[in-house]
Design a binder for this molecule. Structure first.
Ligand code: PEP
Length: 255
């Protein structure tokens, strides 16, 4: 049984005070959804304050990125030890990191290994561009991102990994994939590649999320798919009612 997982990626939105206000608005209802794993990923500058608010609750806190080294001359970066002070989760290899900040499968692999070594749960993002999709390259891209991104990871740690399949053409565009198409990408390319790396038993334990224009009104379409275990939500995670609606849809999909 894979526990449904819903995470909000707030990207570069919200000062620390604004982040605390959004958590205050989310908390009462999000806190009641005990059957799903729910995670908030505010900007790094808000992690300490949001951590104080969430302390003692079952709502998880995640960073949006980190570097793979523990400390050193890496201006502007934050380390796994620093993330660990406040968070249990970290988003890695988001497409905005890959396309705007030069991240590669190799850097994502180093970061994923570092996250697991520090007992953090990595949410590893993968996904094809529109031109790759139109050129029939989705399978190649996805298989490569999974295989290279997760290279060298001990199969005993596999169940801690969360994969977010986020077709880049669906992120922030309002044009989500269909539930069926996203499910097929997981069933045909992601899960078999995970099985090749970790063995088929371990691959069955790994949660795979869909991300890309998930809203309260289309979330159920994804959560009803057998291979999709939740969602990584961008825009809609910034509005309390919308994110609560998505989390409630995830909880309802279990019944
Ligand atoms: C994301 O940034 O991970 C994302 C899925 O964004 P949105 O929900 O806004 O498409």
């Amino acid at each position: 049984m894979r526990i449904p997982f819903v995470a909000g990626n707030w990207k570069m939105h919200k000062t620390a005070a604004e982040a605390v206000s959004l958590v205050d608005a989310l908390f009462p209802q999000l806190n009641t959804l005990h059957t799903i794993e729910r995670v908030l990923c505010p900007p790094a500058t808000a992690l300490a304050q949001v951590h104080q608010v969430l302390k003692g609750s079952a709502i998880g806190l995640g960073a949006q990125n980190m570097y793979s080294e523990e400390a050193g001359a890496y201006t502007g970066e934050i380390s796994p030890l620093m993330v660990k002070e406040f968070c249990r989760y970290v988003i890695l290899g988001h497409s905005e990191r890959r396309t705007l900040f030069g991240e590669t499968d190799e850097s994502v692999n180093r970061k994923t290994n570092a996250a697991l070594a520090h007992d953090l749960i990595p949410i590893v993002c993968i996904g094809e561009t529109l031109s790759e999709n139109e050129a029939g390259q989705t399978a190649n891209v996805i298989i490569r991102q999974v295989a290279d991104g997760l290279k060298g990871i001990d199969a005993r740690l596999a169940s801690k990994i969360v994969i977010a399949y986020e077709p880049i053409w669906a992120i922030g565009t309002g044009k989500a994939a269909t539930g069926q198409d996203a499910n097929q990408v997981v069933a045909r390319y992601i899960r078999p590649t995970l099985a090749g790396i970790f063995g088929s038993g371990a691959a069955q334990d790994i949660r795979v999320l869909y991300g890309g224009s998930v809203k309260a009104d289309n979330a159920t379409e994804f959560f009803n798919q057998p291979e999709i275990d939740g969602a990584l939500v961008g825009g809609a995670s910034l509005k309390a009612a919308d994110f609560i609606g998505i989390a409630q849809a995830a909880a309802a999909s279990q019944q």
